[in-house]
Design a protein around this ligand. Structure first.
Ligand code: SF4
Length: 558
C-alpha cells in the first residue's frame, strides 16, 4: 500500500473525465490519497487531450511549471496520461526530461505498476544513465498497442469494472451521477480528428458487464448514468465471438464504418445486442437509474429502433448530442464524415417526430480548409433549420497526426474564422432562446446538481455540497454555523428546522439537459435537495437556461 499524495488534473472530454475518475478509484484502492493542491502532492498527473489545440497548450504549460519546479530541486513525480502521452510521448520527454512517466489512454490499467517502476528506478544509479529510448520505455510508452485486438484482449476492462466508487468524491449532483463507458476508440477517421490514432480502433464491452456496472452504481446511490462512446449509438456486441477462458464474454472489436448503412439494425436471431437493446436492458433491469443518458452520437445510421426505445422508456433521457460539424456537403466530404447534410436533416426529422420533447445539441467546426462563403452559408442555414438547444462551435485548427494536416492547407484566414465563429454564435443564441422559451409555463423534472454560482458564497462548502452529518448550515443572516450532527439531521428531515434557512438558488438539469435555476424553500437546508429529482414550474427562459419555482411536495435526499 502507498501513502503518497496525488494531484490529478484532467483536460478535454468526458471520456477523459471518466478515465480520471477510474484512475483515482484504482489508486485510492492502493492507498494513494488525492489533493486539490499540486504544491502538496508527491505525484502530479495530467490527463491530457489532443483533440483541441487549446487543451494541449494548457497541459503543456502545466507540465512546464512542474518541470521547472523539479529543476529547482522538487522530488515530485510528474506523469502525463491520456492522448498526448500516446501521440507525442517521445517528443514530450525530449522537451521535458523531468517527466517521469507516460501512460496512453489504452494503458491506464498499468499506471500503478508504472508509478512503482518510477519509484524503484529513482533508487537505482543505473536509472540516472538511461538513454532516451530507455526512458520512454520506462515511462510506459509502447507501440500503438491500442490496435484493436490487443486492446480487446488486455485488462482495460478491469479498470472499468473495478471502479472504487466513492459518492463523496463526486461533487456533481451530490455523487448521484456517473459515467459508464460502453465503447473505446473510433473507426471513423474524420480527417480533422486525432482520436482513432490516440484511442485506437473501436472496441465494444460485453453488455452483461455494462449492465452489472450500472447495477453496482445504482446500489451505491447513483441515479443518473451517462453511457460514453466516441460514436455511442454504433454500439453492437455480437455474442459467441469473443470469449475468454471459461466462456466469459470479453470486449470485441467494433464493426467498420460501412457496417451500419441500413437505418434499422436487423437482429433476426438475437445473436447481437444492439445499442437499442442495451438501452432497453439497462432501463428495464436497473430501475434505480432514474436517468439514462448517452454521448456522443454519430448522425449516420441512427436507427428508428433506438429512437423508439428512447420514446417508450420514461427513464431514458430524450437528449441527443449529434455533431453535424458543417452544413455543407463539400465540407462533410473533406472531413470524411460519412453522411450528407440531407441525411442529417432526415435524421433530425425522424428524431423530432418519434421522440416527444427531444432535445438536440451539436458541434460545428468553422473555417475548415477550403470553406467558402457558400459552405459557410449552408452551416448558418443548418443552425437556423434545426432546433438545437446549443452547439459547441470550434474554429478549425490543424492537429498533428490527422489526415487534414497533411492533405489540406489551413487556408481560411484567422480573422475570417473569427468572424464566422461570431456569426454562428449569434445565430445559435437566437435559436437557443427560442428552444428554451418553449418550456415556459410547463412543469419539468430537474436533477439538482449544486447551489448556483450566484449563491455559493452564502453556503460555505456549497461546492462540495455534502448533506452529511456535520455539514454547515446558515443562520438567518447568512452566517455559517457548523451544525451539530443531530441538528443537521433535523434540518434535512421532516421536522421543523432548528436553523432558519434563507432561500438559496439551486441549479440542475432537465431530462433534455436544459440548465434550470430555482430557489430552495426557506427553512430547508438547500444541500438536502442536491442529488434529488425535483418538479419545477418554469416561469422564465433565456439563451442558456430556464428559471422556475419548486412545486409542492418536493423530495429531499434520504
Ligand atoms: S467520429 Fe470522427 S470526430 Fe468522432 S471520434 Fe471518430 S474520428 Fe473523431
Amino acid at each position: 500500500m502507498s501513502n503518497r499524495t496525488v494531484y490529478l488534473e484532467t483536460f478535454g472530454c468526458q471520456m477523459n473525465e471518466l478515465d480520471s475518475e477510474l484512475v483515482q478509484g484504482q489508486l485510492e484502492a492502493l492507498g494513494y490519497r488525492f489533493t486539490e493542491d499540486d504544491a502538496r502532492a508527491d505525484i502530479v498527473l495530467y490527463n491530457t487531450c489532443s483533440v483541441r489545440e487549446q487543451a494541449e497548450n494548457k497541459a503543456m504549460s502545466r507540465v512546464g511549471v512542474i518541470s521547472q519546479r523539479k529543476r529547482e530541486g522538487s522530488a515530485v513525480i510528474l506523469g502525463v496520461l491520456g492522448c498526448m502521452a500516446e501521440r507525442d510521448g517521445r517528443d514530450m520527454i525530449r522537451r521535458h526530461p523531468q517527466i517521469d512517466l507516460m501512460c496512453g489512454p489504452s494503458e491506464l490499467d498499468r499506471l500503478p505498476m508504472l508509478l512503482d517502476n518510477v519509484s524503484r528506478a529513482r533508487l537505482s544509479e543505473h536509472a540516472q544513465r538511461l538513454s532516451l529510448d530507455e526512458r520512454v520505455a520506462l515511462a510506459g510508452k509502447r507501440s500503438r498497442r491500442s490496435k484493436a485486438l490487443a486492446a480487446a484482449e488486455d485488462s482495460l476492462e478491469i479498470l472499468d469494472l473495478s471502479r472504487a466508487f466513492n459518492p463523496d468524491l463526486d461533487a456533481k449532483s451530490g455523487g448521484r451521477s456517473a459515467y459508464v463507458r460502453i465503447t473505446r476508440g473510433c473507426n471513423k477517421f474524420c480527417t480533422y480528428c486525432v482520436v482513432p490514432n490516440t484511442r485506437g480502433a473501436e472496441v465494444h464491452r460485453p453488455p452483461d458487464e455494462i449492465v452489472e456496472e450500472c447495477r453496482q452504481l445504482a446500489e451505491r446511490g447513483v441515479i443518473e448514468v451517462t453511457l460514453l462512446g466516441q460514436t455511442v449509438n454504433h454500439y453492437r456486441y455480437t455474442h459467441g465471438t469473443a470469449l475468454a477462458e471459461g466462456g466469459r464474454e470479453v470486449a470485441q472489436v467494433g464493426p467498420s464504418l460501412n457496417a451500419f448503412r441500413t437505418g434499422r439494425f436487423e437482429n433476426p436471431n438475437g445473436r447481437a445486442t444492439t445499442f437499442a437493446d442495451l438501452l432497453q436492458r439497462i432501463h428495464d433491469e436497473v430501475p434505480g437509474i432514474q436517468r439514462l443518458r448517452f454521448v456522443t452520437s454519430y448522425p449516420r445510421d441512427f436507427g428508428d429502433d433506438i429512437l423508439e426505445v428512447i420514446a417508450g422508456s420514461p427513464r431514458i433521457c430524450p437528449y441527443l448530442h449529434v455533431p453535424a460539424q458543417s452544413g455543407s456537403n463539400r465540407m462533410l466530404k473533406l472531413m470524411n464524415r460519412g453522411y450528407t447534410i440531407e441525411e442529417y436533416y432526415e435524421f433530425i426529422d425522424r428524431a423530432v417526430r418519434l421522440v416527444p420533447d427531444v432535445s438536440i445539441a451539436g458541434d460545428i467546426i468553422v473555417g475548415f480548409p477550403g470553406e467558402s462563403d457558400n459552405d459557410f452559408a449552408a452551416t448558418v442555414e443548418l443552425l437556423r433549420s434545426v432546433p438545437f438547444k446549443n452547439n459547441f462551435i470550434f474554429k478549425y485548427s490543424p492537429r498533428p497526426d490527422t489526415a487534414a494536416i497533411t492533405r489540406f492547407e489551413d487556408d481560411v484566414p484567422d480573422e475570417v474564422k473569427r468572424e464566422r465563429n461570431n456569426i454562428l454564435l449569434a445565430v445559435q443564441a437566437e435559436v437557443s432562446e427560442a428552444v428554451h422559451a418553449r418550456w415556459v409555463g410547463r412543469k419539468v423534472d430537474v436533477l439538482v446538481e449544486q447551489v448556483s454560482k450566484r449563491d455559493q458564497h452564502r453556503v460555505p462548502n456549497a461546492a462540495a455540497a455534502s448533506p452529511h452529518p456535520g455539514s454547515v448550515a446558515l443562520t438567518t443572516e447568512g452566517r455559517a454555523l457548523r451544525a451539530p450532527e443531530s441538528a443537521t439531521k433535523e434540518l434535512s428531515g421532516d421536522a421543523s428546522p432548528s436553523f432558519a434557512m434563507p432561500s438559496i438558488q439551486l441549479s440542475g438539469r432537465t431530462a433534455g439537459d436544459l440548465i434550470t435555476f430555482f430557489d430552495s424553500p426557506a427553512g430547508i437546508d438547500p444541500t438536502s435537495l442536491i442529488g434529488t429529482i425535483q418538479k419545477v414550474r418554469i416561469h422564465e427562459s433565456g439563451v442558456l437556461s430556464l428559471n422556475g419555482s419548486l412545486t409542492r411536495g418536493h423530495e429531499r435526499r434520504s
